[in-house]
Design a protein around this ligand. Structure first.
Ligand SMILES: *Cc1c(COP(=O)(O)O)cnc(C)c1O
Length: 361
């Protein structure tokens, strides 16, 4: 069994993926070729945002978004302590300071009731993370941002395809950033990512920053990065997009099946009724995590921990923080365990995994 089965998906979509790859090899526009614009149009339409800017990775999407929003040294950006490192990394890279608001114990997403107390005269932005594939309380976050004149950048690296009150992830705030890392809900076969916004000025800035801050050939009106997504990777996402809606339905269905089978036995990450999760990971919370993981490993069932250490307790980010500063994240980091998940999992595989978890305790 695989933690995320990418080979099965390729086998099913091989004809279309190979056709798209060969079309790029034949036309030769390997950088910013026609597939890049085609994908940006398709993804913008899918999310409902006016602009989509494809970029080199999810991390690059966050970095370019912060740069376009004018985040500079000395600024503060409020975010969650319980995420993949890239969320805070981009803030620190710009010389700004991540200010952490602890998360909710049941969804593992940022706790909005803790955000406003963190706002200072230096605060410029909020980065909520749609962890495991489920958006945070975006209405409340947007309202706080509006009161204080802040930019909201959704880190939707795990949640492309999820919805919130009838709207799609990546189109829930000023800016949404996603990743096409192979194991994300919509993956390519290398690195890739995308930024979404309906703000024309921000989108124009992002397009320039993506290509070294270039407004015209060899005219660099701002400092940028080498942050393009290549044409081949865009072609692969285009091929996969044909089946994406079905895959999202399967992810929601399999997540619900896990949830129903675990109910009354094992605590799982809660999904709020007004939104969906695409379950980039299917995650449970258990006291004896090592024991469960070992029992599953003995049955050839792989597991993973997302994430074993809150960001502010990582060596490079520590800044004198203590586990007690983020009690919920610290507790979750000791208890979370992610199980195999993907749109092509069989129902009896899910049952077998649930049985193995319950029997291990
Ligand atoms: C994967 C991920 C990223 C980074 O995406 P890459 O494409 O790997 O750079 C950022 N934030 C979160 C929450 C992620 O899961």
């Amino acid at each position: 069994m695989e933690f995320t089965d990418l080979k099965m998906q390729y086998r099913l979509m091989k004809a279309e993926i190979d056709r798209r790859i060969h079309a790029v090899l034949d036309h030769g526009a390997y950088i910013l070729g026609p597939e890049v614009e085609e994908l940006e149009g398709r993804l913008a339409a899918y999310t409902g945002a006016r602009h989509c800017i494809t970029v080199a990775s999810g991390t690059e999407a966050l970095l370019i978004s912060l740069m376009a929003a004018g985040i500079r040294a000395g600024d503060e950006v409020i975010t969650t302590p319980f995420s993949f490192i890239a969320t805070a990394e981009v803030i620190v890279l710009l010389g700004a300071k991540p200010v952490y608001a602890d998360v909710e114990i049941d969804t593992c997403n940022i706790d909005v009731s803790r955000i406003e107390a963190k706002v200072t005269s230096k605060t410029r932005a909020i980065i909520p993370v749609s962890l495991y594939g489920q958006p945070s309380d975006m209405d409340e976050i947007n309202a706080i941002a509006e009161r204080h004149g802040l930019v909201v950048i959704e880190d939707a690296a795990q949640s492309f395809g999820a919805s919130y009150k009838g709207r799609r992830s990546c189109n829930l705030s000023h800016v949404g950033c996603t990743s096409f890392f192979p194991s994300k809900p919509l993956g390519c076969y290398g690195d890739g990512g995308a930024i979404f916004t309906s703000d024309d000025a921000l989108a124009a800035a992002m397009r320039e920053i993506r290509v070294h801050g270039q407004s015209r050939r060899y005219v660099h009106t701002r400092v940028g990065v080498g942050g393009r997504m290549d044409t081949l990777q865009c072609a692969i996402v285009l091929a996969k997009l044909e089946h994406f809606e079905w895959e999202v339905e399967q992810r929601v269905r399999i997540g619900a099946r896990y949830g129903a089978l675990f109910k009354g036995h094992i605590e799982t990450v809660a999904v709020r009724p007004d939104r969906s999760s695409v379950h980039a990971q299917y995650t449970i919370m258990v006291e004896q995590r090592d024991k469960v993981a070992l029992a599953l490993a003995n049955l050839q069932i792989p597991t993973a921990v997302h994430y074993p250490t809150p960001i502010p307790l990582q060596p490079a980010y520590a800044d004198g923080y203590l586990p007690e500063d983020f009690p919920v994240s610290s507790r979750l980091s000791r208890r979370v365990l992610s199980l195999p998940m993907g749109p092509y999992m069989y129902d009896d595989t899910v049952s077998r995994i649930v049985d193995a978890v319950v029997a291990s305790l």
